[in-house]
Structure formats: structure tokens, C-alpha cells
Design a protein around this ligand. Structure first.
Ligand SMILES: [Zn+2]
Length: 182
């Protein structure tokens, strides 16, 4: 089997019963592969939206349903964005700190700095969006968070970039959350 067939089989398997993947799971630390659009990819995006909605989330990346593919969905102020192979083109110099959560880290929130405004290039059809989108505020944060997932980067990794004092508190909270999940 070549990689394309492996992914196709994996997609078929996941689509039987799409489930949220939570930490710690090695798939959340994997770099995701680019995707070639096919009708099946639309099914995956629909499944991702379903899992996001069921779990009360506002964004989801494909690894969070067990697929190491460059796909994300996000509930933005302009409607639901579905992105295939999103590429970050520009980030503003202005940085904002906002508390962030992740469906894969239930009940865990941490304040993380991110650019206020970004420009993202998208593939595929998105009725509410053009191919190059400027996103700002929560929309930008949401898409940056999901794009992190596509690189295998989770909230727990972002903690390591925080100043030492904030890092310690964030790590303790995270350890507590992970113990609860066992
Ligand atoms: Zn997340």
C-alpha cells in the first residue's frame, strides 16, 4: 500500500464512528500531511464539524479525530470555515494574550500570546471566505490554534514559550488536568 491508500483506509475507518481524540495521544504530536481534495475529504470535514459541535467546541483539526491530515474547521464570526492545507501568509506585529482551551485538553485553559491579525491562504470552496483571508481577534486565534495542531503542536507545547513564572502555574494546572483524565 502506498501512503495515499493508507490514508484512504484510515479515513474510511474513522468515518465509521468519528470520535474526539484527547491528550495524551501520539497522533496529536504528529505533523500532518497535505491533502488532495476528493469528495471523501468533504465527508471528513463534515465529520469534524459534527465532532466539534457535539463536544461544544469552536474549532477542530483533523488529528483530533485521529487523522494526520492538514484539515481544520473553525466557527468564525463570518461562519464556519473549513480549510484544506491552510498556509499562514502574514501575522501582525501586535500580540494579544487571551485564555485558550482545546477539546483535546478538557477543562484546561491557559492564557497564550498570539498575533492579533493574520492572513491565511485557503484551498477549496468556502462560501463565506476568499482564498486569502485576513482574520482578526478570536477568528485569528482560533485558526492559529487549529493550525498548530496540523504541526503537531498542542496547548501543552505553547506553555513552554511562556515566561518562567507563568509557565510553572500553567504546568501545574496541566498536570492536575492530566491526572484527572486517567
Ligand atoms: Zn486544540
Amino acid at each position: 500500500m502506498d501512503q495515499k491508500e493508507i490514508f484512504e483506509n484510515l479515513i474510511d475507518l474513522v468515518l465509521i464512528e468519528p470520535q474526539l481524540v484527547t491528550a495524551p495521544n501520539p497522533i496529536l504530536t504528529q505533523k500532518c500531511s497535505p491533502v488532495e481534495w476528493s469528495p471523501k475529504i468533504d465527508e471528513v470535514l463534515d465529520a469534524m464539524i459534527m465532532v466539534m459541535e457535539i463536544n461544544g467546541g469552536i474549532g477542530l483539526a483533523a488529528p483530533q479525530i485521529g487523522l494526520p491530515l492538514q484539515l481544520l474547521v473553525a466557527k468564525t464570526s463570518k461562519g464556519i470555515l473549513t480549510a484544506i492545507n491552510p498556509v499562514l501568509k502574514e501575522t501582525s506585529e501586535e500580540i494579544v494574550w487571551i485564555r485558550e482551551g482545546c477539546l483535546s485538553y478538557p477543562n484546561y485553559f491557559v492564557s497564550i500570546p498570539r498575533p492579533e491579525t493574520i492572513t491565511v491562504e485557503l484551498e477549496g470552496e468556502n462560501p463565506n471566505f476568499s482564498l486569502a483571508n485576513e482574520l482578526t481577534g478570536m477568528d485569528a486565534r482560533l485558526v492559529l490554534h487549529e493550525m498548530d495542531h496540523l504541526q503537531g503542536i498542542c496547548l501543552a507545547d505553547r506553555i513552554l514559550e511562556l515566561p518562567k513564572n507563568k509557565q510553572r502555574i500553567a504546568k501545574e494546572k496541566l498536570a492536575k488536568m492530566m491526572r484527572k483524565m486517567k
